[in-house]
Write a protein that binds this ligand. Sequence first.
Ligand code: RET
Length: 302
Amino acid sequence: MHLIKRLIPLVGITLIILILGTQVQAFTVFEAGRFPEGINFENLFTYNPLQYAIVSNVLTLGFAVSAVALVYFLATLRNISPRYRLVSILSAVVMVSAFLELFRLEQNWRDAFVFTDGLWRLGTDVFSNGFRYMNWSIDVPILLLQLVIVLGLTQNRAVSYASQFIIGGLLMVWTGYMGQFYEVTNLALFWFWGMVSTVFYIYVLVVLWELISKTAVNLPSNIQEMMQNIRWYILITWTLYPIAYVLPVLWSTQSGIVTRQIIFTVADITTKVIYGAILTYIARQRSEVENYGEALATADIR
Ligand code: RET
């Protein structure tokens, strides 16, 4: 009941935006014919070897970091008490999904362009950022669930917050996914879906803010402040994604594209890897305060 009450304003606002959106669409001048529908900005340009290599290398950095961090999360599992261990296991899951996605994306970048007359030009394949959004469908709910677990909520509250996060998070990602298909061919739809996605993003942030503000006071004093700061950390690092979403529309050049892919990679590393490491640290501190360290030490001596 509580959950349904909380979702009502969200559904209301979305309906209003959807109705407004149908009006916007009615006035849209389609550019169809000039570019194929669904194409991303990346495909409109030719790149010099420097620009091309930076994108390829930055994507490679992304999946290499994911592979390294996977080992870290699995190797440090033992230091965390069973109650919080799922935090690290989920980070490991996020690493596998990020690795596969970025590996595929880097391959896609190389498949899409051919080198002729000193420049990389679009060949017979196209590059798509859509892979990223499908990856977020897995990672966004998991990243938010990790927070619920590390905060050690009672079952009822955990289910309530987890549902709000999963529903809000998935709607945010999937509406943004719709929007990115129109970044070249239909700016009205691009902005419209971007705005709908932003409503869900704000919803997730509000729920998250409230959750941490309410529960951080019960945490051991040495990690209380850290937990409060995580709200800002999430706000800043997650907001890199909508910035990357709009960037090429405002800056439609090769440099705009290279910068977008760099921003995406910085966001991937900060929201998945560094965030995972921070939560692992908090889980370890909680385990220690709850005497898991001592239990381990005794077990070692025997
Ligand atoms: C979109 C569309 C434009 C508007 C907004 C967006 C928000 C995206 C966010 C993504 C977070 C992704 C994470 C992935 C980790 O693996 C969809 C770009 C607001 C916040 C944390």
